[in-house]
Design a protein around this ligand. Structure first.
Ligand code: P6P
Length: 321
């Protein structure tokens, strides 16, 4: 196991050296994500000052329209991922269609990302995050994004919270790196992360309960309440999933009569988070199928999501089945 304090770049290089066939491409790819998210973090930290400095969605002192943070984050990621030359195609929550950077014409990977998930929470200073999912290029068409989640090469998120953390899996466990702003480096703070077998928290927006298309979820939650669980729901997926990874329990966003396929996106929210949670020893399902087994049909498709500790997920599946 890597030593606490190892920086992310060194960790990625040491991981690469475990694979003789590695070309270094994934290392460069992940380093590009690291650079982009450090810049995003600096903008997110400034967001609170936006009104004071007349920025962030308003006209700044030069009289220029300043972009919304999620649009800015999207542009920062597109620039760094394109310039890395390691991605044949980029799919973003902010873009209707994928883009194919000329620098990545011969690249072996495609990446889907949510540049700033939960951005509606910025004005109330709630943790938000960047989520990404990397697949191998197969055909060199949009279909390369429509691979099952278990085929992911790497997945991760960066949570811009009380500290900025980069949580990453390349299919060999989960490791968490905390940004040391004094040196601008992500340092290994949470080696080999494992989700507790069970928790004491459920994280589901019960305000939607009367609209849920699977009423048995209500009975399941009542059982958890009888078992002494408490509820925590931040309304920012990265924050709710990060807490679930560390404390255990369950996070869920069921389908309802308004969002008949659920609200969360499969490719760049549910699938990367499911890969991380399963790599940490947990489970992720849409209520019937493992999230990682779902064959996507559309880049922006939505799915119901339930992820977390094995105990809570298996118990839920007993109720639903
Ligand atoms: P609701 C944020 O808008 C988001 O996309 C996720 O980050 C979060 O988990 C979910 O929506 C919250 O949705 O309907 O409970 O506010």
């Amino acid at each position: 196991m890597a030593k606490i304090g190892t920086d992310l770049n060194r960790f990625i290089l040491e991981e690469e050296r475990k694979h003789p066939e590695a070309t270094g491409s994934l290392t460069i790819a992940l380093t590009a994500i690291e650079s982009a998210t450090k810049i995003i973090a600096s903008h997110v930290r400034m967001a609170g000052l936006a009104d004071i400095l007349g920025q962030a969605g308003k006209t700044n002192i030069q009289g220029e329209e300043v972009q919304k943070l999620d649009e800015l984050s999207n542009e920062i990621l597109i620039k760094h991922l394109s310039d890395s030359g390691q991605f044949y195609a980029l799919a973003s929550e902010e873009l209707d269609e994928p883009i194919y950077p000329p620098q990545g014409a011969d690249a072996n990977y495609v990446i889907a990302f949510d540049p700033l998930d939960g951005s509606s929470n910025i004005d109330v200073n709630v943790s938000i995050g960047t989520i990404f999912s990397i697949h191998r290029r197969i055909k060199g068409t949009e279909e390369d994004f429509l691979q099952e989640g278990f085929k992911q090469v790497a997945a991760g998120y960066v949570i811009y919270g009380s500290s900025t953390m980069f949580v990453l899996t390349t299919g060999n466990g989960v490791n968490g790196f905390t940004l040391d702003p004094s040196v601008g480096m992500f340092l290994l703070s949470h080696p080999d992360m494992k989700i507790p077998e069970k928790g004491k928290i459920y994280s589901i927006n019960e305000a939607n309960a009367k609209k849920w298309t699977e009423p048995k979820i209500i009975d399941y939650i009542e059982t958890l309440k009888d078992e002494g669980y408490t509820t925590r729901y931040i309304g920012s997926m990265v924050a709710d999933v990060h807490r679930t990874l560390i404390k255990g329990g369950i996070f869920g966003y069921p389908a309802d009569r308004k969002n008949t396929s659920g609200k969360l996106r499969l490719l760049y929210e549910a699938s990367p988070m499911a890969f991380i949670i399963e790599q940490a020893g947990g489970k992720a399902t849409d209520g019937k199928t493992d999230i990682l087994s779902i064959k996507p049909t559309d880049i922006h498709q939505r799915t119901p999501v339930f992820l977390g500790s094995k105990k809570e997920i298996n118990q839920l599946l007993e109720f639903i089945r």
